[in-house]
Design a protein around this ligand. Structure first.
Ligand code: ZN
Length: 204
């Protein structure tokens, strides 16, 4: 199973981190071990002093494919949810400064949180999809798929230009503005179109 992730897919988020707005999707990956088992507590790794949450829409791949056209996304993806791409921002900044890969900052064990899958429909893809991440009962990120720089169909086309996809693969589609720090004891909840799709406790 592959976990594909897109970076810098919302203009306001790229700006908040001082990054350029990309001209093609920024793709990175997490290993299978990055997926936090559902219902588990998340433990902040000892190697970071600045762990950020990034709430994101996540697509599930349903069929093998390569070189897929954007218009065919529904033949290859059948479900959507909200997840968190946890990021050790201090580690990432150090790696970025040296031009090194991001894996230590973004692909560590437990860094991929996933909600309950919801059926992906044509109607959803045509309308803006709204999602929210709440921290300790407050909305910290409000996402809207219509603000994506690269739409989900375009992301799929771009990923499969380089990589084949297989059933069960996941695509984290990037985070909107509002990322921020995570502390011991925090409580997160993810919402897709107003429906709660996960709750997550950070180990005290
Ligand atoms: Zn992300």
């Amino acid at each position: 199973m592959s976990i594909f992730c897109i970076g810098r897919n919302y203009v306001e988020h790229a700006k908040e981190l001082g990054n350029e707005v990309p001209t093609s999707p920024v793709i990175f990956m997490k290993p299978t071990g990055a997926l936090l088992p559902q219902g588990s507590e998340f433990e902040i790794p000892a190697f970071t002093q600045d762990l950020h949450f990034e709430g994101e829409l996540v697509l599930r791949v349903s069929k093998f494919g390569k070189n897929i056209k954007a218009a065919d996304v529904l033949s290859y993806c059948d479900a959507i949810t909200v997840g968190i791409d946890f990021t050790a921002r201090d580690v990432q900044n150090g790696l970025k400064q040296k031009g090194l890969p991001w894996e230590k900052a973004k692909a560590f064990d437990g860094s991929a949180v996933l909600g309950t899958w919801q059926l992906l429909t044509e109607k959803m893809l045509q309308a803006p999809i709204h999602f929210e991440l709440h921290k300790n009962g407050q909305a910290v990120q409000k996402g809207d798929s219509s603000l994506m720089i690269f739409t989900m169909p375009v992301i799929l086309e771009s990923i499969t230009e380089y990589f084949s996809i297989h059933p069960g693969d996941m695509i984290y589609t990037g985070t909107p503005v509002g990322v921020g720090p995570t502390a011991k004891g925090d409580h997160f909840e993810g919402f897709l179109e107003g429906t709660s799709v996960f709750t997550l406790k950070v180990k005290p």
